[in-house]
Design a binder for this molecule. Structure first.
Ligand code: AMP
Length: 402
């Protein structure tokens, strides 16, 4: 990797500003329901503290739309951090995020101290990569560390903006994300199989196009599969369809043939009368979907076929559920594929955040997966082959001439 990492910089006696992804889910009473994102940031924070730095943590939470909103305060995160780090965390609760008091407190910090600022999205400039906020944030520290992969696909003041004012490095979490996913795409152990599901083809076009240059097999499932089935000339009843993408689906099928990539579509499908769990459902061949039914999951034969491909793969990348996994009756395809991936322990398996990560965690097989990305949108853009602005903005490694 050509970006500076934590190990490339001297942090002793420095004030290090760390962009974390503390965008945690909260219940109605403001309790954190899943602290994995906070736990994932601990290696970077602990490394900095152990190596004599003081640490100023910044993050967004939710979508307060540029206005202060107590519902999105980072107060619950500061309490959780105290608990997990086993030490005091100074929480700067001001809605301004940075003001004179915050600056004074930052100036007084000693090595080993930890400070957390308020939600950066309380400031309008944040999501516009506004310069004022970037300058204010950078005035607090000597070095910037970006450890928030979840927002790396966005150019905001708290990641891209600050990087323009301070020497910077990626944290351990971001380093791991780009090393594992980068290697899987640039130098994969073959066969490389990509499994793509989710609701819409339109969200995955760029990923499919990029993977057609890289993968050996692409397995399609989820709502987007029906636009492909339609493109093959079959009727799909009331299944999800993006009419304006049928021609594109045809082109992608042909491109796969040209490029010698095996593009698999579901051979059978679970169809249901209505879009709800308690409804009549059964399995049909994909070319025989009844007119008044909708496809909500891949069928048994497809599960067997896809699992066979997965078993014979050395690199597996998965993004998007294969059916409406939120409903128990239509979760079997997604769960079975997750189990197949987990049981191929010799392969490098990468789950691209979001719903597929949630499915893997729900069935408790996360520890059998090589890497579960912490960023749904960011990992998708990475798979599209895009340069992520949050990572691009980090200082390059200094090349030493020998
Ligand atoms: P995405 O955000 O694009 O990854 O899509 C995830 C959503 O796709 C989940 O909420 C699933 O319930 C939904 N989904 C998966 N399969 C289907 C399907 N066959 N019909 C409708 N929605 C689906």
């Amino acid at each position: 990797m050509n970006k500076q990492t934590l190990k490339d910089i001297d942090v002793r006696n420095k004030k290090v500003l760390v962009r974390c992804d503390f965008n945690v889910p909260l219940d109605n009473d403001g309790n954190i329901t899943d602290d994995i994102r906070i736990v994932s940031s601990l290696p970077t924070i602990n490394y900095l503290l152990k190596n004599g730095a003081s640490v100023i943590l910044i993050s967004h939470l939710g979508r307060p739309k540029g206005e202060p909103n107590p519902k999105y305060s980072l107060l619950p995160v500061s309490k959780k951090l105290c608990e997990l780090l086993g030490k005091k965390v100074i929480f700067e609760e001001t809605d301004e995020v940075v003001n004179d008091k915050v600056k004074e407190d930052a100036d007084k910090m000693n090595p080993g101290d930890v400070m957390l600022l308020q939600n950066t999205r309380f400031r309008k400039e944040e999501t516009k990569n506004g310069d004022k906020l970037a300058m204010e944030l950078s005035s607090l520290g000597d070095i910037f560390v970006n450890d928030a992969f979840g927002t790396a696909h966005r150019a905001h003041s708290s990641n891209v903006g600050v990087s323009t004012y301070l020497p910077s490095a990626v944290g351990f979490l971001v380093e791991k994300e780009i090393e594992i996913m980068g290697n899987a795409l640039a130098n994969p152990k073959r066969p490389l199989t990509a499994i793509l599901g989710g609701a819409k083809v339109s969200d995955k076009i760029a990923v499919i196009e990029n993977l057609l240059n890289i993968a050996d097999n692409i397995l399609i499932g989820g709502g987007m599969a029906y636009t492909f089935i339609k493109a093959q000339g079959y009727e799909i009843g009331k299944s999800m369809l993006e009419k304006d993408k049928v021609d594109l689906a045809k082109k992608l099928i042909n491109k796969a043939i040209e490029k010698n990539v095996k593009l698999y579509l579901p051979i059978d499908t679970v169809v249901a009368k209505e879009f709800k769990n308690e409804t009549e459902f059964y399995i049909v061949e994909s070319d025989s979907i009844p007119i008044d039914f909708m496809g909500l999951d891949i069928g048994e034969k497809t599960i067997d076929l896809y699992c066979d491909v997965i078993r014979n793969s050395k690199t597996i990348i998965w993004n998007g559920p294969l059916g409406v996994f939120e409903m128990d009756n239509f979760a079997k395809g997604t769960n079975s594929i997750a189990n197949c991936i987990a049981s191929n322990e010799k392969a490098i398996s990468i789950i691209g955040g979001g719903d597929s990560a949630a499915a893997v965690e729900k069935i408790g097989i996360g520890d059998k997966i090589t890497h579960i990305s912490t960023g749904g949108g960011a990992s998708l853009e990475f798979l599209e082959g895009q340069i992520l602005p949050g990572i691009d903005a980090v200082s390059n490694k200094i090349r030493r001439l020998i």
